[in-house]
Design a protein around this ligand. Structure first.
Ligand code: ARG
Length: 461
């Protein structure tokens, strides 16, 4: 017969079908070391409340240490009959400390406050490792931007040529996005740093235990203000899930560009052989699988977030067993990002840019038309009129199948006497770029300044 944690009022054990449905050790086993850390902290507050003698505390800690070593070595694993990580580890503790002492640890705590606490501990650790891996992507972008400072490319809106920008400026746009994701992980951590331990099943404990002491031992900043909230809240999981989904979406947007840039039509980048794949039938193929997997996995992480939010919607307070479904989505997000990010930063760090092609295309497609309009504004022409005049120049070019700089002085003068030969100063990519020199602009000086600020962010990350 199956062992359970609630023998007393039941005539028999659970049906096999229930036990199979109920079982979570397949996915919650990764919380084992956090569960044991929680148990150690709990043993100490039981001791401080006079509920364990000095000897009992020592015996308990010794048994927990032994259990932890056995979990780590794989000598202790969940049995078929264990419902979850908590019940498995209690079985392990009782094996080591005996039923008398081992049976004392459960006083004043519940799996409800345990699981809420362990989940936070696990996610906080992994938020840090994901943050480190994200910094590697930012660093790869920073290195590419530094190396290619001065290379122009076509800046696009609606995927159409819009205005020339520096390649570095474009790459850094992605870097700042990821810096905000890093910030999100950090300020999420402040909200996640509140320990639910001590909330018990939902109403707190009558045993004189100190939740703040447990919180401090487990690395939290404080303990829950409200035991119902402590056991029932999962917004911290949902927010983590959102941040990881946002990271994946941000990577996916970058990935989409890499995929486009690597096409024959664009030929803006060449992927390093070590970050591309071939085809089993077409010998010439070189495929951007890392970028495609990044794009694909973004969908998966959005699914994780959606699934979790759907589980939470409509749950009354406090704990409901539905909440067991909170773990797989966030674990999946962690696992996915922890394999994706190293490949992604490697891909970005080893991209080769076809700077000649980018430079050539940067001013094409009348990308300097806005420069003409703004030049006219500087000559005192109202913008509405300036826009109109520049548009006429574009129309003339389209009729002739030429670019703006191919128009003669007479052509310009024929459109408007305001369009003197001096307008040619903005009809080069360099002139256009250099003129956008305010903070946040794409002028080389502004971008150099931006790079300095980004490096400071990386150093502080
Ligand atoms: N395995 C459970 C979960 O993940 C732990 C809490 C169980 N609590 C309960 N009252 N059955 O949510």
């Amino acid at each position: 017969e199956r062992l359970s944690l609630w023998g007393g009022r039941f005539a028999g054990g659970p049906a096999d079908a229930l036990a199979h449905l109920s079982k979570s050790t397949d996915f919650d086993w990764r919380l084992a070391r956090y569960d044991i850390a929680g148990s150690r902290a709990h043993a100490r507050v039981l001791h401080r409340a006079g509920l364990l003698t000095d000897d009992e505390l020592n015996g308990m800690i010794g048994a927990l240490d032994g259990l932890e070593a056995d979990v780590e070595s794989g000598a202790f694993v969940a049995a078929e009959s264990d419902e979850d990580v908590h019940s498995a580890l209690e079985r392990g503790l009782i094996d080591r400390a005996g039923p008398e002492l081992g049976g004392k640890l459960r006083a004043g705590r519940s799996r409800n406050d345990q699981i809420a606490t362990l989940g936070r501990m696990y996610l906080r650790d992994h938020a840090r490792s994901i943050g480190t891996l994200l910094v590697d992507v930012v660093a790869a972008l920073e290195a590419q931007a530094s190396e290619h400072l001065g290379v122009p490319m076509p800046g696009r809106t609606h995927l159409q040529h819009a205005q020339p920008v520096l390649l570095s400026h474009h790459l850094l746009a992605h870097a700042w996005t990821l810096i905000r994701d890093l910030d999100r992980l950090k300020d999420w951590d402040a909200r996640a740093g509140v320990s639910p331990y001590g909330s018990g099943a939902l109403a707190g404990s009558s045993l004189g235990l100190d939740p703040e002491a447990v919180a401090a031992e487990l690395g939290f900043n404080s303990s829950a203000e409200n035991s119902i909230d402590g056991t029932a809240a999962r917004d911290v999981f949902a927010e983590f899930s959102f941040v990881t989904a946002m990271i994946a979406v941000d990577l996916s947007r970058m990935a989409e560009e890499v995929i486009l840039w690597a096409t024959k039509e664009f030929s803006f980048v060449t992927l390093d052989d070590s970050y591309s794949t071939g085809s089993s039938i077409m010998p010439q193929k070189k495929n951007p699988d890392v970028a495609e997997l990044a794009r694909g996995k973004a969908g998966r992480l959005i699914g994780d977030l959606t699934g979790l939010m759907s589980t939470l919607k409509g749950l009354p307070l406090a704990y409901n067993r539905d909440l067991q479904e909170d773990k797989e989505p966030v674990f999946d997000a962690v696992d996915t990002l922890e394999v994706l990010l190293p490949a992604f930063s490697g891909m970005m760090a080893t991209l080769t840019f076809n700077t000649q092609k980018m430079t050539e295309l940067a001013p094409q497609g009348f990308a300097l038309a806005t420069d003409i309009a703004e030049w006219l504004v500087r000559q005192g022409v109202p913008f509405r009129q300036a826009h109109e005049l520049s548009g006429e120049a574009v129309q003339l070019c389209e009729e002739r199948g030429v670019e703006l700089w191919d128009l003669s002085d007479d052509d310009f003068a024929g459109i408007s006497p305001h369009l003197t030969p001096a307008v040619r100063e903005v009809l080069t990519t360099e002139g256009s770029l250099a003129s956008r020199n305010a903070k946040g602009g794409t002028a080389p000086d502004a971008v150099r300044h931006q790079l300095d600020n980004l490096r400071a962010e990386i150093a502080g990350a």
